[in-house]
Design a protein around this ligand. Structure first.
Ligand code: FAD
Ligand code: FES
Length: 344
């Protein structure tokens, strides 16, 4: 057993031998930002002030050599090798707020339905305890066949009595897990769930208007976040989801969003089509539409989810329109292909 010391607060968190810094913090409930859990996105980067650690295989892009020399490390892959590792993260009033993740929780697939040509909806029901999670978080999935490596999928629903989890999986060309889930997985089969993970939970009590931007299965965490906040009486100002789809056939969960729009007067759902005319509404990519729709985002909380390219493009545009860093929350669906063994 070693320990992680958070600086400047001095909070100490125990870390099992061989565990990563991120998993030790999560086990203690601390919300260190993370995304890919595979050394590929850079989201979990912090400065290491004291102590030794093994960094493991990571992408240079996620932690360039110059930052490594300045003492930064990626905590999703970093394993302490001494008695203590001191990292620069969190403030004195930081408190644990996450549910400690569980491993290998058995779930049965009770529904598998195609919702577009490329996206399936999976409903998983627990065979043991219900997973406790915050709307917007994600889980990782494995199958006992070992036919695919562990992959991250966002939860699309909110905690419920049955303990069901709802996921939307996009088939990635040549992708091992997504292809397996689309082509091999049957209803009635068992999957193992690890989690919950992630910090895309935002602040449902935010005292600002809320704008959520999503494309493809990026709608999953937005669905969870918005329904979670609306049902808990959050989003005291207006909340809008703007969804980007290529064609009308790429729209899904429209019935549910229409329902939310009728039930909650402060909630609005809009979509734009990028590869087809949309006589009823918006056309074109979200970053191009934003300046005319929302010319001033300086007092708006922003949530963005989808492919990394979509998130990056939206992020650049919302910043140009004045969005404040502290009010921007993002979840990029980055690849978890293990990084190159270039950097150790
Ligand atoms: C926090 C988080 C939440 C996620 N939530 C969801 C979700 O709700 N629904 C969902 O469908 N996916 C989600 N993803 C993406 C998912 O984890 C996998 O990356 C995706 O399903 C591809 O895995 P694969 O095994 O099929 O492809 P792999 O075998 O890992 O990759 C095959 C090829 O596709 C490329 N590739 C891999 N992943 C992606 C990607 N995401 N976009 C573009 N190219 C890629 C790889 O670089 C490689 O060339 C999420 C990712 C993260 C990090
Ligand atoms: S979460 Fe650590 S690099 Fe992505």
């Amino acid at each position: 057993m070693t320990k992680i010391v958070l600086s400047p607060s001095g909070i100490e968190v125990p870390c099992d031998k061989g565990a990563t810094v991120l998993s030790a913090l999560e086990k203690a409930g601390y919300a260190l930002p993370n995304n890919c859990r595979a050394g590929a996105c850079g989201e979990c980067k912090v400065k290491v002030l004291k102590g030794d650690f093994e960094q493991g295989f990571i992408l240079d892009m996620a932690l360039p050599a110059s930052e490594r020399e300045q003492g930064f490390g990626l905590m999703c892959m970093a394993k302490p090798t001494g008695d203590a590792l001191e990292i620069e993260w969190a403030t004195a009033d930081t408190r644990p707020k996450l549910f400690p993740p569980q491993e290998r929780m058995p779930y049965m697939v009770i529904e598998k339905t195609p919702v577009t040509d490329t996206i399936i909806k999976l409903r998983l029901r627990t065979l043991s305890d219900s997973l406790k999670f915050w709307p917007g978080q994600y889980v990782t999935l494995t199958h006992e066949s070992g036919d695919f490596e562990e992959r991250c999928y966002s939860l699309a629903n909110i905690p419920n009595r049955e303990g069901d989890l709802l996921l939307f999986v996009t088939k990635v060309e040549g992708g091992q897990a997504s292809t397996w889930l689309h082509e091999e997985l049957s209803e009635g089969e068992r999957l193992y769930v690890n989690g919950p993970y992630g910090t895309f939970i935002g602040d449902p009590q935010a005292k600002t208007p809320v704008l959520c931007l999503a494309s493809g299965s990026g709608l999953a965490p937005i669905l969870s976040l918005t329904s979670g906040a609306l049902y808990r009486g959050g989003f005291s100002y207006s909340a809008t989801v703007l969804f980007s789809a290529r064609t009308k056939s790429d729209l899904f969960e429209m019935g549910y969003f229409k329902y939310l729009s009728q039930k909650f007067r402060n909630f609005k759902f809009r979509y734009t089509l990028t590869r087809e005319a949309n006589p009823e509404g918006l056309e074109g990519r979200i970053p191009a539409l934003l300046p005319q729709l929302y010319p001033d985002l300086s007092e708006t909380s922003i949530y963005i989810a989808g492919s990394q390219a979509f998130v990056d493009d939206c992020l650049e545009q919302v910043k140009k329109l004045g969005a404040k860093d502290e009010l921007i929350h993002k979840e990029g669906f980055v690849s978890q292909i293990p990084a190159q063994p270039a950097a150790t």
